[in-house]
Ligand binder design. Sequence first.
Ligand code: ADE
Length: 247
Amino acid sequence: MRIDIVTIFPEYFGALDVSLLGRAREDGILDVNVHDLRAFTHDRHRTVDDKPYGGGAGMVMKPEPWGEALDAVLEVDAPVVDVLTVDAPPAEPVEGGPIVIFPSPAGEVFTQAMARELSGAEHLVFGCGRYEGIDQRVFEYAGSRASVRLVSLGDYVLNGGEVAVMAMIEAIGRLIPGVIGNPESLVEESHEDGLLEYPSYTKPAEWRGLAVPPVLMGGNHGAIAAWRHAAQLERTRRVRPDLLPPA
Ligand code: ADE
């Protein structure tokens, strides 16, 4: 999979060099390219933001650097500007083409199902906004070139998209075949079957007065599976009842 990230803070993505994703990059499974948005500015101050039209607090990211950055990563030779008339129909996403993701608290919520779906893409582009957001026309322009999704990590506000993109890349990347050594470890995780995962234990059998549930040490695989399923249901009911179907 090819991943392009556009950001004003490329340093955030140094962590992609380590651990399983770092190995996947070395192995050529993941081709990650981080682009500094300021490289697509042309003024002395490398300006990426300006005051909002209509007034209000904060600054808005300017469309011009974003347009050039998207053209570069989507390999658009010459931007066609006249497709974006007010009456233009919404662009049809190209099946199998690049998907551009803008992290935003105003987007659809990121889930394990979305991570799985995106793990099948060949080319993902992440555009990290800062300040009060990105000029709306950038999303429209990107939508005329690729599938565009606004994606939120959850109902809280971060200072920018970088941390959200790191989380999404980790969730997506580990689902790509070859990234995790033992793919079976993916099967019994939280959210894969709609439930939270069961608690895990290892040696010693007793630690600081706390014992491992005896059923896990009895070798009865049917009983272990039943205990684990019951533990998943109990935990999900207690912590995330919203995940369970209505009774
Ligand atoms: N940017 C700021 N807050 C965010 C959130 N909750 N999810 C994704 N991107 C964001």
